[in-house]
Design a protein around this ligand. Structure first.
Ligand code: BYC
Length: 309
């Protein structure tokens, strides 16, 4: 083992942070680029299901709050693209990987947002699941990713409350509104649990990622944390947990759950979910339509380069 590798191993062992200019194994770099760029794509593609409801929000207040939340997601995408860039990949390459299907984004965003209650379920469950995952990632070993997560988590907790507030209104509204809230919960429950990825035994990257402390907790551990935290929130709303086998287990100190439909998960991950084609088409169109903005920014930067340095 040479000195560089030894220095890297020491950083990991001592729970210090790896910084962009530090030497790192190529597999560590590649794994981080993969996860961080996919995380960025998820934030940006994740704007689409909610964007669909901006013009149909039931009040001016609801519209303002939703707009602010969606703008936050764009900001998260930008922080994360910048973090990935520090590892030596360009924004353009990342976007090309998204468009070609090489890079993934979270499966959850391939489900449609059909009703206003879905805005509640997304904020509450999707952002709620994201928080559980990202609180853990605040301790990831790559410094810029870890620092980005601290800020993102603060904003996500506002998003989670925004969603839960909608659910409280709907669940305490008319019988029709309560039924809409239950229906949104039923449709988003299992897809939200799948945001944590496959079971640990089927997870290709967990072992390397845990060794290098990119991931601090495994997919199954985080998923269980989310279930344990969320079931009491469902009960508080007076709604039913969609999984009838989801019961408190005194012995384990956790909620049990039914097996998940992994065939559906992999089908969505492979591009065959209800909205995969639509989401990518929309992104490609927006990217192409706005090419002139990137060109103008580039020309302006070139022109003012001398003045800026
Ligand atoms: N969806 O070995 P595994 C938000 C892929 S957005 C699709 O366990 P890993 C929000 C995985 O990539 C926040 N693909 O992977 C925004 C791998 O394929 P590749 C979203 C998935 O990386 C707007 C293969 O399956 N959060 O909050 O160790 C509005 C094997 O998996 C999924 C993040 O992005 C999935 N669910 O663990 C509202 C968190 N799961 O790459 C809200 C950051 C797995 O070999 N990412 N795959 O082709 C992570 O923490 C980890 O990447 C994961 C997966 C836990 C997701």
């Amino acid at each position: 083992m040479d000195n560089l590798e030894q220095a890297f191993n020491e950083i990991i062992e001592k729970d210090l942070k790896v910084e962009p200019r530090d030497w790192m194994p190529e597999k560590y770099r590649a794994n981080n680029i993969r996860q961080i760029s996919q995380h960025a794509h998820s934030e940006v593609i994740g704007m689409q299901p909610e964007g669909n409801w901006l013009l149909r929000a039931p009040s001016l207040r609801a519209k303002q709050v939703l707009l602010a939340k969606i703008q936050d997601e764009a900001g998260h995408g930008l922080y994360l693209y910048s973090v990935a860039e520090t590892l030596g990949i360009s924004r353009q390459e990342m976007i090309e990987q998204l468009h070609s299907g090489k890079a993934k984004y979270s499966s959850i965003f391939n489900y449609p947002a059909l009703t206003w209650a879905d805005m509640g379920a997304i904020g509450w469950l999707v952002d709620g699941a994201a928080i559980v995952n990202q609180v853990s990632l605040q301790r990831t070993s790559y410094g810029p990713y870890s620092r980005g997560m601290v800020r993102i988590c603060k904003e996500e907790s506002f998003h989670q409350r925004q969603g839960y507030e909608i659910m409280i209104h709907m669940a305490n509204g008319t019988p029709e509104q309560k039924a809409m809230a239950q229906d949104a919960l039923n449709r988003f429950w299992e897809p939200a649990l799948m945001m944590f990825g496959p079971h640990d035994k089927d997870s290709a990257h967990t072992s390397d990622s845990m060794k290098w402390k990119i991931k601090r907790e495994t997919n199954d551990t985080l998923r269980q944390k989310f279930i344990d935290k969320t079931v009491p929130q469902i009960e508080f709303l007076g709604l039913e947990v969609p999984d009838k086998n989801c019961k408190w287990n005194e012995e384990t100190g956790h909620y049990d759950h039914s097996p998940f439909n992994w065939d559906e998960f992999w089908n969505v991950v492979k591009g065959n979910g209800p909205c995969n084609a639509e989401r990518l088409e929309h992104h490609k169109k927006a990217h192409n339509d706005n090419a002139w903005v990137r060109e103008a920014a580039y020309q302006y930067a070139k022109k003012t380069e001398g003045e800026l340095v």
